[in-house]
Ligand binder design. Structure first.
Ligand code: ATP
Ligand code: MG
Length: 262
């Protein structure tokens, strides 16, 4: 069993590795500490992961991987274990068994965003930087121009969509290779979700940022990501191309509210 040591984490929910974003100054000059995996382009590999809360098993032998530059969805109903998996990836939970290997830096956008409500937007962003020398927030404002005007505002006073931008921006401050987002769309209006989705796709295309997107909104996640895993009570019960899962009758029935009527 091999886990990333707690000291490998970089800022809130991030894991140190090599850095490499090329977006307007998000590129890094930090030292490179790579935990390379054998054979190539895999940025995250999870093998036979088991996580327990006391005697209750929340994840049982979960395996998944994310390739460099991929957007991968993890969908599943309430209580399936999605948040547990992300918390294990970012080192907040210690697994009982299995292996997590990350060949880059992972940053986590937690469920519910977990901003510091009384701090300003800019201070929240700065808290995502894992070193005092990398606290320049201007690349985040370039990415989310809306936040620029809100920089001095109290994070707790922002709309849900603005708060989600801050949460994503804070994670990006760690200059991750892999962004793990827990419930992008939670509590947000469809047009805001669309706006955030466009930002994510742009980041992915322009910088090669890999994304692991946890969503209860399966249709959104399968629309955004090329590949997906379906988690059910701690087990991966389906995996494959999103296009195939969208056509799968049991996935439609369980997660998509039945087949689309055309
Ligand atoms: N701190 C905890 N202590 C005990 N059990 C927990 C704890 N956190 C989660 N669980 C249990 O572990 C299981 C997985 O929960 P988890 O929050 O990972 O699910 P989820 O897929 O993220 O759900 P949701 O879609 O509601 O966010 C559930 O049965 C949940 O009740
Ligand atoms: Mg959850």
């Amino acid at each position: 069993m091999a886990f990333l040591a707690p000291g490998d984490r970089a800022g809130p929910g991030s894991v140190d590795g090599h850095t490499g974003l090329g977006l307007d100054g998000l590129g890094s000059t930090e030292p490179v500490v790579t935990k390379a995996l054998g054979g190539g382009q895999t940025v995250l590999s999870v093998e036979d992961l088991v996580v327990r809360y006391g005697t209750a098993v929340a994840l049982e032998s979960v395996s998944l991987n994310v390739e460099r530059g991929e957007m991968v969805a993890l969908i599943g109903a309430n209580g399936a274990g999605k948040t547990t998996l992300l918390n294990a990836l970012s080192g907040m939970l210690v697994p009982s068994a299995g292996r997590i290997s990350c060949s880059g830096k992972l940053a986590h956008v937690p469920e519910g965003r977990e901003l510091f409500a009384e701090l300003s937007v800019d201070d929240n962003l700065r808290l995502g930087a894992w070193k005092a020398t990398s606290r320049d927030t201007s690349p985040i404002y370039a990415l989310f121009p809306k936040l620029d005007k809100l920089a001095k505002r109290r994070a707790g006073g922002l709309s849900g969509g603005e708060q989600q931008m801050v949460a994503i921006g804070r994670a990006l401050m760690a200059r991750p290779d892999l962004l793990a987002i827990d419930e992008l769309s939670q509590g947000l209006a469809p047009n805001i979700v669309q706006e955030l989705s466009r930002h994510l796709i742009r980041l992915n295309l322009e910088t090669g940022l890999s994304v692991l997107l946890v969503e209860q909104n399966a249709r959104l996640a399968l629309g955004l990501c090329r590949r997906a895993y379906v988690l059910d009570t701690g087990h991966v019960v389906r995996e494959g191309l999103s296009s195939q899962l969208l056509d799968d009758a049991s996935v439609q029935q369980a997660y998509l509210g039945g087949p689309l009527v055309s």
